[in-house]
Design a protein around this ligand. Structure first.
Ligand code: FE2
Ligand code: FE2
Length: 221
C-alpha cells in the first residue's frame, strides 16, 4: 500500500499507457515509411516545373547525402515527439516533421530521376538519430527545442554549401535544396521561439562531427 502511494505521483506524470503504446506504434510506422520510401509529400516537388540538366553523377551524390539527412530528420523528430511534454512542442515537432516528409519524398524522387538510389546505410542512420531524438526529448522540452534549433542551423549551413556545389544547370535539384533551406530556417526559428536552450559548445561540435561522417559516407555508399 505504502509502495503504491509512493509510486502514484510518478504514475500520474506518465502518459496513459495505451496512448504511449499508440505513439510507439506510430513511431514504428514512421520508421518503416521513411526507410521504404512509402512517403507521400503534402506539397508538390519544387523540381516539377524546373528544367533538368548538369553533372548527374555529382548531383546524385549530393542528393543522396540530402536524402540521408532527411532520413535523420524523420528519426530525430519522431524520437523527440515521443517524449515531448508541452502540447505546443509536440505540435511544432509534428508540423516540422510533415515538411521533412516532403523533403524526404522530393529527394527520393530526384535520386530516381538521376538514376541513383538512397544510401545503403540509411537504416543505421535512422536508428542512431532516433536514439538521439529520444535522448533529447527525455532531457526536457527546453533542451529538445535547443537541439532542434541547432540541428536546423547546421542543416541550413550545409544546404547553402550544396547550393554552391550543385551544378548550376541542375535546376531541379537546386529548386529542391532551396525550398528545403527555407523550410529548415523556419523550423530553427520555431525551436528558438519555443524557448530552446543554447547547447554547450562540445555538444554542437559532436553534432557537427556526426553530420560530417554522415555526409562523407552517404555521398559514396
Ligand atoms: Fe529537411
Ligand atoms: Fe527541418
Amino acid at each position: 500500500m505504502k509502495g503504491a502511494a509512493q509510486a502514484a505521483p510518478f504514475l500520474l506524470s506518465m502518459p496513459a499507457r495505451h496512448s504511449f503504446i499508440d505513439q510507439v506504434l506510430i513511431a514504428a510506422d514512421e520508421a518503416l515509411r521513411a526507410l521504404s520510401g512509402a512517403v507521400t509529400p503534402g506539397r508538390p516537388s519544387p523540381a516539377s516545373t524546373a528544367p533538368d540538366g548538369g553533372d548527374r553523377h555529382l548531383a546524385a551524390g549530393l542528393m543522396r547525402v540530402n536524402h540521408t539527412g532527411e532520413i535523420c530528420a524523420q528519426a530525430l523528430y519522431s524520437g523527440q515527439a515521443l517524449f515531448a511534454r508541452d502540447g505546443r512542442v509536440r505540435a511544432a515537432l509534428q508540423g516540422a516533421a510533415a515538411e521533412e516528409r516532403d523533403h524526404l519524398a522530393w529527394c527520393r524522387t530526384r535520386l530516381g530521376e538521376l538514376g541513383s538510389r538512397p544510401s545503403l546505410l540509411d537504416p543505421l542512420w535512422y536508428a542512431g538519430s532516433f536514439a538521439l531524438g529520444m535522448a533529447s526529448g527525455l532531457a526536457g522540452d527546453r533542451w529538445s527545442m535547443g537541439f532542434l534549433a541547432e540541428t536546423e542551423a547546421q542543416v541550413e549551413r550545409h544546404l547553402e554549401g550544396h547550393l554552391d556545389r550543385l551544378p548550376v544547370d541542375d535546376h531541379r535539384s537546386r529548386a529542391i535544396v532551396s525550398q528545403m533551406r527555407e523550410d529548415e530556417g523556419r523550423h530553427g526559428s520555431t525551436g528558438r521561439a519555443l524557448g530552446g536552450a543554447e547547447l554547450p559548445p562540445p555538444v554542437k561540435a559532436a553534432m557537427g562531427l556526426a553530420s560530417k561522417v554522415m555526409t562523407r559516407t552517404a555521398f559514396y555508399v
